[in-house]
Design a protein around this ligand. Structure first.
Ligand code: ADP
Ligand code: MG
Length: 142
């Protein structure tokens, strides 16, 4: 699918955000500036999060209260030196079915990410547009 603008990326994220029930894991794959965090801003709208979503690239993680007692845990491991501690934090996030776990630059923690995760791949196009590919796992019991 082609997403032509920043606004469209947010709408796409918001659309998925409205469907989340808790317990989902979303891995975002794409270069710096591809639009991963922009997608999460939209996701947050769909989750009725009031806070402004900021990139967690310096803080590594940010957490937001969402609708229906859900929590969005947003990680960015681009600058991560030691994946060990964060793997433990992710593993903990995955245990609570009220958490939605979203990971940018997840390579270093991939061994703790479940196979049944949603994977969103975003690639640059020569214009402002982005090519977006989504892999959604077969529905489980949540
Ligand atoms: P990442 O988290 O992947 O590093 P960001 O979402 O922080 O990327 O930044 C993407 C930048 O590209 C933003 O400034 C956004 O406004 C801009 N942009 C332009 N076109 C698009 C598009 N089609 N989809 C997403 N972002 C876009
Ligand atoms: Mg980002």
């Amino acid at each position: 699918m082609i997403i032509l603008s920043d606004e469209e990326m947010k709408r796409f994220g918001a659309d998925l955000g409205t469907k989340l029930k808790g317990g989902e894991v979303i891995e975002l794959i794409g270069d710096v500036g591809a639009g991963k965090t922009t997608f999460v801003k939209g996701l947050a709208q769909g989750l009725e999060i009031d806070d402004d979503v900021q990139s967690p690239s310096f803080t590594i993680s940010r957490n937001y209260m969402a609708r229906d007692d859900l929590t969005l845990n947003h990680y960015d491991f681009y600058r991560l030196a030691d994946a060990g501690i964060m793997s433990m934090e992710i593993a903990e996030s995955l245990q609570n079915p009220k958490n939605i776990t979203v990971v940018e630059w997840g390579e270093s923690v991939r061994d703790v990410l479940p196979d049944e995760r949603i994977v969103v791949k975003i690639a640059y196009l020569p214009t402002e547009g982005r090519e977006v590919e989504v892999e959604i796992p077969i529905a489980t019991d949540h």
